[in-house]
Design a binder for this molecule. Sequence first.
Ligand code: AMP
Length: 176
Amino acid sequence: MEDRLDRVRSLIRDVPDFPKPGILFKDITPMLGDAAAFAVVLDVLAERYASQGVKKILGVEARGFIFGAALAVRMGVGFVPARKPAKLPWRTDRVTYALEYGSDSIEIHKGSFAPGERVLVVDDVIATGGTAVAAVELARLQGAEVVGAAFVIELSFLDGRAKLPPGLDVFSVLRF
Ligand code: AMP
């Protein structure tokens, strides 16, 4: 498995100064374009959560949709999209979180989760952790039981996992 993950790692492209100066952007598109590498990522995630009673995956716009939706199909569970404000057509619940400058919000449709429903939060990258914290909060707002938060890439030097609620299981396929 380590060999296969080395290959996945080699297909993550570093793009300096995108979308703004000082950010080293982790571009997943070379990995997505490689059928075997994309499948390895899904295998790792599906195996890790196979016996945890997950009933739904909450994926965060936009790259969280790619992995979250594919993983949901692989695991035979439902998928819920968390979107930027004013994208979802029906009634929503919203959580607002702080950014370096200003704030951002994500929404899910009301009634996305049944009380006690076991949910896994999925996104491509955990950086500062703000987005993931908001996603966990949204699921809990609707009474879901969040079994964990899973990422393809963790930017360890930013220590985003420390922001997530104490006791929550946090997992990343690759750490940089
Ligand atoms: P954060 O809320 O700081 O943890 O940021 C996480 C969100 O921003 C994720 O949805 C990522 O897609 C995106 N993101 C943040 N930093 C990067 C980065 N260096 N490369 C790629 N995506 C990033």
